[in-house]
Design a protein around this ligand. Structure first.
Ligand code: BG6
Length: 492
């Protein structure tokens, strides 16, 4: 299999939070893979920045350990590790203090033509400090770009103030707000499926689609991220960004091109057409849950509150909700979203349920005719399944059965699916904003989420408990069954 990867131009990437979990587990391994594929040239530099005082050599050792854990092809690792580590440097720096910034300026300054990227993989509390100091040291001009990770705010007001502060230093065209779900291959494949095939688009509307489901299930609990997560909860952590972005990609009108603003304009319109959920309807349209101890992952899992070290909490670890896109294309087609921690399966899927056939010519003995479903699997085993009715082979009468046309991308293309960060990091170098969120999108998403949070806060109820290892509280099943529908269970 030959690689189609073209090298990107040489760059300097500064990772603030360079010793953190995201840098070590995701960013550096993603860069390593692109380096091995020849996309990152030897004259690029990757500079980790953190408060700890340590030498280049210490930092490189830590990066080498992180690569050992993340890269399973040991032969490739042994062959390329040293060459990659030669690109990696380190600077101790406290974003809130003056020391060290002159040194960073000397290291990076002087050549505004070179692509300079600042990845803020830190708490959003210090985004403003970092941006202001970058400006003081003239590092925000020319080909500079800033990458910011979620959470972008805790609500609309805080998101606006982060956007204002970052926007004060960088132009919107220099700001890359990452939602790593947009870098997942299947999400980009949704663009290919919808807009490179004539088959689906004529059916992509309320006349032919009954409803859409988006499930993002995780088997893990909150791990080491308790303090952050307890302050956020599943609605802020997953729905405000990842699930709403997926919904937008399904529901948007065909953009005029793949140019970044063409795509982002269409996504924004979807966010603007979402029917508000507030104190009047939150109890019918949403369900929130929190996991209690239960049998999970082949063993037993503690409760959320035990995971927090015994802290009492009313933070939700599960959300199911019914969203409605109020426009001509989607009127009357509900979008059911659900996500949670400690569910039975790690699975992310978008399911398009088509309408029933208008009239059956088959006898009752032929069996039930299930409506067609298109299942886009984001993870694991990325692929697309189209469930169709077919005749069961052989004699015995005309018996119908639902069977999938099943395309696993790994099997179809014989290549491993790249991690989302590989694509997104190189898009930052290329200056391609299509798969990044624009300011107005992030704020429109908060504008829809805030009234749900307010409704939950003002209500008397707390999250319903669910046993770890199950698909959330029974109220989530009731949410969809009230409408005469069921959650897709993966095998039919
Ligand atoms: C992150 C959330 O954005 O996405 C995490 O903060 C979540 O809580 C993660 O676990 C899920 O990402 P993925 O790619 O593993 O599905």
């Amino acid at each position: 299999m030959t690689t189609h990867a073209k090298p990107v131009e040489a760059f300097d990437l500064v990772i603030f939070g360079g010793t953190g979990d995201l840098a070590m587990r995701k960013l550096l391994p993603a860069l390593f893979r692109r380096f091995v594929d020849g996309q990152i040239t030897d004259d690029s530099r990757i500079i980790g920045v953190a408060r700890e005082d340590q030498t280049y050599a210490n930092y490189r050792e830590r990066v080498a350990e992180a690569l050992d854990k993340a890269i399973h092809d040991k032969e490739c690792l042994d062959k390329s590790r040293d060459a990659f580590l030669a690109l990696v440097g380190y600077r101790p720096l406290d974003a809130t203090k003056d020391d060290g910034w002159n040194d960073l300026e000397t290291l990076l300054g002087g050549n505004d033509e070179r692509v300079r990227m600042f990845y803020l993989s830190t708490s959003p509390k210090i985004f403003v400090d970092i941006c202001q100091r970058l400006r003081q040291h003239n590092l925000n001009g020319g080909n500079s770009r800033v990458v910011i990770e979620k959470p972008i705010g805790h609500d609309l007001a805080s998101a606006k103030s982060i956007n204002d502060a970052v926007g004060d230093v960088f132009d919107e065209s220099q700001i890359f707000r990452i939602d790593h779900y947009l870098g997942k291959e299947t999400v980009q494949n949704l663009l290919a499926l919808r807009f490179a095939n004539a088959l689906f688009e004529p059916l992509w509307n309320a006349a032919h689609i009954d409803h859409v489901q988006i499930t993002v299930g995780e088997t893990v609990g909150v791990e080491q991220r308790g303090p952050y997560y307890d302050n956020a909860g599943a609605l802020r952590d997953m729905v405000q960004n990842h699930l709403l972005q997926l919904l937008c990609m399904v529901a948007m009108e065909p953009p005029a091109s793949l140019e970044s603003d063409a795509v982002r304009d269409e996504k924004l319109k979807v966010l603007h057409t979402l029917k508000p959920i507030n104190a009047d309807n939150a109890s019918q349209m949403t369900v929130r849950g929190q996991y209690r101890a239960g049998a999970a992952n082949g063993g037993s899992a503690p409760s959320y509150q035990e995971d927090l070290g015994g802290k009492e909490s009313t933070t939700e670890t599960f959300v199911a909700l019914k969203a409605e896109v109020c426009n001509w294309r989607w009127a009357g087609v509900p979008f059911y979203l659900r996500t949670g921690k400690r569910l039975p399966q790690r699975v992310s899927e978008i399911i398009i349920h088509f309408r029933d056939i208008p009239y059956s010519i088959f006898s009752a003995g032929s069996g039930t005719i299930n409506a067609n479903k298109l299942v886009l699997r984001l993870q694991p085993d990325e692929g697309v399944k189209l469930w169709l009715m077919a005749k069961y082979p052989g004699p015995g009468g005309l018996r119908l059965q639902s069977v999938p046309l099943d395309m696993s991308f790994a099997e179809a293309f014989g290549v491993q699916q790249p991690d989302a960060y590989e694509r997104l990091l190189l898009d930052v170098v290329r200056g391609n904003l299509t798969l990044f969120m624009r300011r107005d999108e992030v704020e429109a998403a908060w504008r829809w989420i805030d009234p749900i949070l307010a409704a939950w806060e003002s209500g008397n109820d707390t999250p319903k408990s669910y046993s770890a290892g199950t698909w959330g509280p029974s109220a989530s099943v009731a949410l969809i069954e009230r409408d005469g529908r069921t959650w897709h269970d993966g095998d039919e």
